[in-house]
Design a protein around this ligand. Structure first.
Ligand code: 13P
Ligand code: SF4
Length: 341
């Protein structure tokens, strides 16, 4: 039997006990087996009501962890490869986040943490304990506005690009935004220099989106004069500024769908999604990538691993969230789901 046939057989056997969720950056080979696919926000939202026993999450580990936090009692969350991490999330270990937050709060100002969903559950727990919340690329403007209203400033982590793009959208000036030096546990941060700062950015980036440069945009515009360029907001602010639109993966899909027939659309995001859009909308629209940039961690989820996971599901160890992290991280996630209901 092929891996695909093994997956079909396991799904048949498990029936309504199982839901397979997939992020838009998964390959077509995986996406065709999913019950639901979406951007990070849609996937998080789909969880609380899902009446199934097993949720198999095809994405990266922080997504499966968030799913485990939001799962109902008795529900088990699995991921086909536990090594599917996120390089951006890995730049913000929880101990360092807590130390930097403490350092910022030494000034006497109340600095509220806002964690991009691309962060570990331990980081979300730190954020939850300090009155903060979580955001995704789809709701970052609304959540940053929310966080700014909660105190005297915001620590946004770990993506400095999403932080600065969102701040610009809300009208913050450059002098109100600071990218932090988080080395030495935050010892280099001189809070006295930051009296006018409202947004402190963690210095993390996404290795997939940070590869896009303004010269790539210039080259495409020179080659295809009527091109429309849409990018993900994890891209550098100069790239976002040079594009026609920016938004989450679901926004990008909608942008391509709503573009008129005959449009030439260049997309700056993970290449599995771009290739899928190109196929879906051909021949009426021409869709092509700004650069062939693949997320090596998303690609760790293969049909073989999905088949192995499904076949061993009843005996498998699900993703577990330590009890002391579950409550505060749920609080942080639920604040987001409530603020953006
Ligand atoms: P969204 O699907 O929420 O836009 O997220 C993109 C991403 O990088 C997920 O890792
Ligand atoms: Fe992380 Fe970027 Fe991969 Fe998303 S695309 S999982 S942010 S490395």
């Amino acid at each position: 039997m092929t891996a695909s046939e093994r997956i079909d057989a396991a799904r048949e056997r498990l029936g309504e006990r199982l839901a397979i969720l997939g992020h838009h950056y998964q390959t077509d080979a995986i996406i065709r087996h999913t019950d639901a696919r979406g951007d990070s926000l849609e996937l998080a939202r789909s969880l609380p009501g899902a009446p199934v026993e097993h949720i198999v999450f095809c994405g990266v580990f922080f997504m499966a962890e968030s799913a485990a936090v939001l799962a109902q009692p008795g529900q088990k969350v699995h991921i086909p490869d536990l090594q599917a991490s996120c390089v951006m999330a890995d730049t913000a270990p929880a101990g360092l986040v807590a130390a930097v937050l403490e350092r910022l709060n030494e000034s006497g100002r109340k600095i509220v943490p806002l964690a991009y969903v691309n962060s570990s559950v331990a980081v979300k727990a730190v954020v939850g304990r300090h009155g903060g919340s979580v955001c995704t690329s789809a709701n970052a403007p609304a959540m940053l506005r929310w966080a700014l209203d909660q105190g005297d400033g915001v620590l946004f982590l770990p993506d400095k690009n999403l932080a600065r793009n969102t701040a610009r959208e809300l009208g913050l000036s450059a002098s109100e935004i600071e990218v932090l030096d988080v080395r030495e546990g935050g010892a280099n941060i001189r809070t006295e220099d930051f009296a006018g700062t409202r947004l402190f950015c963690w210095p993390g980036v996404c290795s997939v989106h940070h590869r896009f440069k303004p010269e790539h945009i210039r080259r495409v515009r020179a080659e295809v004069p009527d091109v429309r360029i849409v990018v993900h907001p994890e891209s550098h602010p100069d790239v976002v500024q040079a594009s026609d639109a920016a938004g989450s993966t679901s926004f990008i899909i909608k942008y391509c769908r709503e573009a008129p027939a005959g449009a030439n659309i260049c997309v700056g995001t993970e290449v599995n999604l771009v290739h899928r859009l190109a196929k879906e909308f051909a021949p009426g629209k021409r869709i092509f990538p700004l650069l062939e940039s693949e997320c090596a961690n998303m690609a760790k989820i293969t049909e073989e691993k999905l088949a192995d996971t499904l076949e061993g599901l009843d005996d498998a160890e699900p993703v577990r969230v330590p009890l002391e992290l579950a409550e505060p991280s749920r609080l942080a996630l639920e604040r987001m789901l409530q603020a953006c209901a």
